[in-house]
Design a protein around this ligand. Structure first.
Ligand SMILES: [Ca+2]
Ligand SMILES: [Ca+2]
Ligand SMILES: [Ca+2]
Length: 176
């Protein structure tokens, strides 16, 4: 009697388990086609330059932020950010030692040191790029990045537009 009940319970558990496996959670197609909202490391840095916390970085706040972050990055205070100092600067201000902008963005004269002029040149370029409406201030909508989904959800019954890559003729194997 007891044994029978135990077996019955096992069967029920198995049934419940397999039932769950057959039904994957439904994914809202709207979520798959929605753009991904993100912020680049430099956008995070620029957002941090907002001194009066009105979520708007003015040119004056930007310039002050440049001086502050440069001085912070120049750990030994010799007026230059060395490559070693740049690693610490990137880790602190960009959130990762390998983030962009890096050595090759800043060091225009290739002397393995970043002067304040070089630092400002790169950040000035970034300011112009970020300030999309050219009003001289950077708001949050100018700091975020919208990325379109890489894979659009396919409509039912629509065949893929391109054949799989392995079935496409390779250019180097074509004969003229
Ligand atoms: Ca230094
Ligand atoms: Ca340099
Ligand atoms: Ca703006």
């Amino acid at each position: 009697m007891i044994r029978k009940t135990a077996i019955g319970a096992c069967v029920l558990l198995l049934a419940a388990g397999s039932g769950q496996a057959r039904k994957p959670p439904k994914i809202d197609p709207a979520l798959l086609s929605a753009p991904t909202i993100s912020a680049t490391p430099v956008a995070v840095t620029v957002a941090g330059f907002d001194r009066d916390q009105d979520a708007r970085v003015t040119r004056a706040e930007f310039d002050a932020g440049l001086e502050r972050s440069f001085k912070h990055g120049d750990a030994n205070g010799d007026g230059q950010i060395s490559l070693l100092e740049l690693t610490g600067w990137a880790q602190t201000w960009l959130g990762n030692a390998g983030a962009i902008p890096g050595q090759y963005d800043f060091d225009r004269d290739g002397d393995d040191r970043i002067s304040f002029a070089e630092y400002k040149t790169e950040f000035d370029r970034r300011f112009a790029e970020l300030d999309k409406d050219k009003d001289g201030a950077i708001v949050r909508s100018e700091l975020i990045t919208l990325t379109s989904p890489r894979f659009q959800p396919q409509q039912r019954g629509t065949p893929p537009k391109q054949p799989p890559a392995e079935k496409q003729p390779l250019p180097e194997k074509q004969h003229n």
